[in-house]
Design a protein around this ligand. Structure first.
Ligand SMILES: [Zn+2]
Length: 481
């Protein structure tokens, strides 16, 4: 049997996570580098994961009254300049279109985010309190001119995301939904991706350019670095004032609305891959996996046809799990086992002559590698249970890592040690952006991750971990992607 040797991942996750991750993304065919610097290609498997995220989140958003729409990729320069903090925050990473329609016409930016172009329309659409709330989402690509090295799914010049943009009558309504969509993100991470997150508020230094405040969810990777996975901003009235949004309130008075925006991106794919996968390849959380089952027939000349027939029957019975039947005869069963392990299919079903005699399949679960024999008639009820248990194990393992990584620190030496030990440092902080800059400089790059939700205020009399001034916040610091 002629077959191409497939090269596995040549480094171990525990030895060199960056190289392991890059090889894994390429060899499992999730993604590939593009001929254009700073860009990458989502191959069909990577894109299928994004589609699963879209499918899950569309359902949740629509239940919350959000509608999808699409706005242009190009943003007039004057729109950017309208909200000063926003313009300042994004200017260094905006890509501009060089060709113009005519001499003297305005420059166009490629959107790094769509607040400005959307709110220009909102200003024209909004008239009365009856038009509120506005809840619109767009699934789109955005461009931010990164200068650092590309990391597949984690850092690139162009990436895919969703951005929700809402408008409310009152700040209370806005606050409530900023929290609501943060919680939706937390739910998505936990239930779809099996990724536990810290959640809470960003510091003033780390908040979105132009926002009153930013809420965030943060995952913590096995190499001791956090990944910001999603953010939900209360934009206050700044953009509304800059773009001329106003409405007639219930008393007939002109009133300025409150706005929020919130987003998650293809970063979630990188986070999930890095969190769960192992040295044999991807370990996809069952709810995210596009194909939950791969069926591999063990073929010999005498039983070939009858086994293929049985496999077809199994595939048909399990169709709700989007099974793959790998009946290619140019590859050995062993090669196929490796292939589906590399690609992270949650359950592999093997069917050979011995299984046929016992009217069973041999089932192997991807995360543990555990083998069990299941009667074919019981498969349809056994598979959901196996998938549910796998999700639970993966979430629990990741959560144990997150929780056991947290260490309380009270001064800069302890913070430094925590960062060197790849831990997540919980401490007290004064809240000053300058102090936060110094912390980053004096440690190996520690940045604030979040002020924990429902546990924001530092105890009375507590001191900032760095400047020893009175502390305002409880906070997490770590290195980050
Ligand atoms: Zn301080």
């Amino acid at each position: 049997m002629a077959e191409e040797k497939k090269k596995g991942i040549t480094v171990k996750k525990e030895d060199d996570m960056a190289e392991w991750y890059a090889q894994l993304c390429l060899k499992s065919e999730l993604a590939d580098y593009a001929p254009v610097k700073g860009c990458y290609i989502l191959r069909p498997l990577g894109y299928a994961l994004w589609e699963k995220i879209q499918e899950y989140f569309n359902k949740r958003m629509k239940y919350r009254g959000v509608q999808n729409a699409y706005f242009p990729l190009f943003i007039p320069e004057s729109f950017f300049k309208k909200e000063a903090t926003h313009a300042k925050g994004f200017t260094p990473e905006v890509a501009w279109i060089a060709n113009r329609d005519e001499e003297g016409s305005e420059r166009l930016a490629i959107r790094p985010t769509s607040e400005t172009i959307m709110y220009d329309s909102y200003a024209r659409w909004l008239r009365s309190w009856r038009d509120l709330p506005i809840r619109i989402n767009q699934w789109a690509n955005v461009v931010r001119w990164e200068t650092k090295a590309t990391k597949l799914f984690l850092r690139s010049r162009e990436f895919l995301w969703q951005e929700g943009h809402c408008v409310y009558e009152t700040n209370q309504d806005c606050d409530r939904e900023v929290e609501l969509f943060l919680m939706e993100y937390k739910d998505l991470c936990e239930n779809l991706l099996a990724v536990p997150v810290l959640y809470g508020r960003k510091t003033d230094k780390e908040k979105f350019a132009g926002a009153d405040y930013t809420m965030t969810i943060e995952a913590f990777m096995p190499d001791g670095k956090a990944i910001q996975c999603g953010t939900s901003h209360n934009l206050g009235q700044g953009f509304a004032k800059a773009f001329g949004l106003s409405f007639q309130d219930k008393n007939g008075e002109a009133s300025i609305p409150w706005q929020s925006s919130w987003g998650i991106s293809t970063r979630l794919i990188g986070t999930t891959v890095m969190q769960h996968s192992d040295n044999r390849g991807l370990v996809l959380p069952p709810n995210l996996a596009p194909n939950k089952v791969a069926i591999v027939p063990i073929l010999y000349d005498q039983t070939r046809d009858i086994i293929l027939g049985k496999c077809d029957q199994v595939k048909n019975e399990l169709r709700e799990f989007d099974p793959i039947l790998d009946d290619r005869e140019e590859y050995t069963p062993g090669w196929k086992f490796n292939e589906w392990e590399l690609k992270g299919v949650p359950i592999r079903l093997e069917l050979g002559p011995k299984d046929l005699e016992a009217d069973q399949v041999t089932a192997v679960v991807r995360d543990t590698g555990e083998k069990q024999y299941i009667k074919i008639k019981d498969l349809k009820s056994a598979i959901p249970e196996m998938l549910a248990l796998m999700h639970e194990r993966m979430f629990k393992k990741a959560k144990q890592h997150l929780e056991s990584s947290i260490v309380e620190v009270r001064n800069l030496d302890e913070l430094n040690k925590a960062i060197e030990d790849k831990r997540l440092a919980k401490t007290y902080f004064c809240g000053e952006p300058e102090c936060e800059d110094l912390i980053k400089d004096k440690t190996a790059g520690a940045t604030s991750r979040c002020i924990p939700f429902n546990d924001e205020k530092a105890p009375k009399g507590s001191k900032c971990v760095h400047c020893a001034k009175e502390a305002k916040w409880n906070i997490y610091f770590s290195k980050s992607y």
